[in-house]
Ligand binder design. Structure first.
Ligand SMILES: O=P(O)(O)OC[C@H]1O[C@H](OP(=O)(O)OP(=O)(O)O)[C@H](O)[C@@H]1O
Length: 229
């Protein structure tokens, strides 16, 4: 909220839903905030790699991996800075990396525009061929960006073993039943989509701050579009 990446009010989403909150990760754009953010991505990855008994939601652990992929544009910074944090803070942690620990975790991203000169192609950064890859992004709505990223990685011969999003809005899809998270897990495996924050965390935080009006609006939205546990 301090940098207005999270706003409360009335916002029309891509889905047409009128949301009482809006998240614009493009405003997470200073050194201190990127530092907090990449620490959180790295810690979420490492927690998701622990055996299910010590893993927060007891799901199948994400296996050791090689490359972080950030969908253009906003995902690019997340992948780059998290690769850096995994190197500076976690390189001694066993079994994070499936390839040579000396090389460390790579990062890659897609181009939105086709480039016909120079190296060409739509993938930039570390090769994902025969590599295990984790995709990082801010939020999924319909899941278009993440699906596209999965396709790019697969086309290049890589395997997507996890998706980490910054915020899970915990909403039902258009059909009123499944969520985008469930749909993406249908592609890459159950329990392989993780998030740093969930809508329920925002609600708990609003409660702790006594922000009554925002809390009521969020509860109302959740009763309409929220995932049923
Ligand atoms: O699940 P989806 O329906 O794809 O929506 C989520 C995507 O949309 C936003 O990016 P956008 O495509 O606007 O690109 P940007 O990062 O260049 O702003 C966001 O950063 C996600 O990548």
């Amino acid at each position: 909220m301090s940098c207005e990446a999270l706003k409360f009010g009335s916002f029309t989403l891509k889905s047409g839903r009128i949301s009482p909150y809006f998240f614009n990760a493009g405003l997470l754009s200073t050194g201190p905030i990127l530092s907090i953010l990449s620490e959180a991505f790295a810690a979420t990855i490492v927690a998701a790699q622990q055996p299910s008994s010590s893993n927060p939601d007891h799901s199948t652990p994400i296996p050791p991996f090689d490359v972080l992929f950030g969908p253009a544009y906003k995902g690019i910074a997340f992948a780059a800075t998290t690769a850096l944090v995994l190197h500076t803070h976690y390189r001694e942690t066993p079994n994070i990396i499936s390839s040579n620990p000396e090389t460390g975790i790579g990062f890659a991203y897609n181009r939105k525009e086709i480039k016909s000169h120079g190296e060409g192609g739509s993938l930039v950064g570390s090769s994902v061929s025969n590599k295990k890859v984790i995709i990082l992004d801010d939020v999924m709505t319909a899941g278009t960006a993440v699906r596209e990223a999965i396709d790019i990685v697969r086309k290049e011969g890589g395997e997507v073993v996890g998706v980490i999003q910054l915020l899970d809005r915990e909403e039902v899809g258009k059909d009123g039943a499944s969520s985008t998270v469930h749909e993406v897990e249908g592609i890459i495996g159950k329990g392989r989509v993780k998030s740093i924050l969930r809508m329920r965390d925002l609600i708990a935080w609003l409660k702790s701050k006594g922000m009554q009006k925002e809390l009521e609006d969020m509860e109302e939205y959740r009763s309409k579009y929220g995932l049923k546990d």
